[in-house]
Design a protein around this ligand. Structure first.
Ligand SMILES: *[C@@H]1O[C@H](CO)[C@@H](O)[C@H](O)[C@H]1NC(C)=O
Length: 289
């Protein structure tokens, strides 16, 4: 009887404490329907939706919006591969930083061009991460399930052929998705990643000096506010991003002691599924857009 009482008390305290602490850390959840990439979500300090999602009846992976590894940030670059991939990759590398490139199959350029095949292999060799940004950058909510499957499988196949890697992450274009798209991604072993800070480098007139100042300001406020866990959205396809924003952001974050790591590292997860497969030295006729 006595041991049973002790056991019960131990169990009660073991479970009560985490539950109690937990109630103070429930994140502010932004529902999917309130999610507006151009406003509320972009500059907020949002937490990953893991808790809300795991509380539901489904078993889909969380939607990631924040780094969880202490002192890390993730710089992410969407919409390539494009002309500035080497430049951004080199700026990161020169500063001991790693970045994540969410690539499309056919957006600004065809991923299967000889040049883009080289670029992707280069950034992977530099230790940066490659992840899916869909084949053609559509609004997923406008697509039927079969079309979503095609968008995901075509880019995954391209990444696999070129790098031998199978991405564990998908960033839905415009940060928008449906639950159905989300479960299709999950069935392919992929979790969705949004972002916590948008540099604003894809806004209209983003290449103007005043806009570039604002974009730098996003990093300034993050650093000055001693924020944590930032996943930053940038775009690989603008010269101003490569030449004026990234060097500034990297220097700023580095001086403040943040560790710029791949998204996978910032989340403590695997960037890729399974082991890499060998890649052929050159493409064949089926590698086309
Ligand atoms: C990126 O390009 C700019 C402009 O050509 C150049 O000044 C800069 O040194 C380049 N950065 C790297 C790391 O190559």
């Amino acid at each position: 009887m006595f041991t049973l009482a002790i056991l019960l008390a131990t169990l009660a305290s073991a479970y009560a404490l985490p539950a109690f602490t937990h109630s103070f850390s429930i994140p502010k959840i932004i529902g999917r329907n309130e999610w507006n990439p151009s406003s509320s979500f972009t500059h907020g300090d949002l937490q990953n939706r893991a808790e809300s999602d795991s509380a539901g009846s489904n078993s889909l992976p969380p939607i990631y919006t924040q780094c969880t590894t202490p002192d890390t940030v993730a710089l992410t670059f969407d919409d390539g591969p494009y002309d500035f991939m080497y430049n951004i990759s080199d700026t990161l590398t020169a500063n001991g930083a790693k970045g994540t490139f969410f690539v499309n199959g056919y957006n600004y350029q065809c991923i299967y061009s000889d040049e883009n095949i080289k670029r992707l292999r280069y950034v992977v060799a530099q230790g940066h991460q490659i992840a899916s940004h869909t084949w053609s950058h559509p609004h997923l909510e406008n697509l039927k399930d079969d079309q979503v499957r095609e968008e995901l499988s075509k880019i995954d196949e391209a990444i696999l052929r070129i790098t031998g890697l199978k991405s564990s992450f998908l960033r839905p274009p415009f940060g928008s998705y449906t639950e159905s798209a989300r479960s299709i991604a999950a069935s392919r072993g992929q979790a969705l990643v949004i972002w916590s800070y948008d540099s604003g480098d894809s806004k209209p007139n983003a290449r103007s000096p005043s806009s570039v100042r604002e974009q730098r300001g996003v990093y300034d406020s993050y650093v000055n506010g001693k924020k944590t866990g930032g996943i930053f959205l940038n775009h690989e396809v603008y010269d101003t991003t490569a030449r004026e924003l990234v060097p500034y952001a990297v220097a700023k974050l580095k001086a403040a002691g943040y560790k710029m790591v791949t998204l996978a590292e910032c989340l403590g997860l695997n960037a890729y599924q399974g082991e890499p497969i060998p890649v052929p030295p050159s493409k064949d006729a089926t590698w086309k857009c």
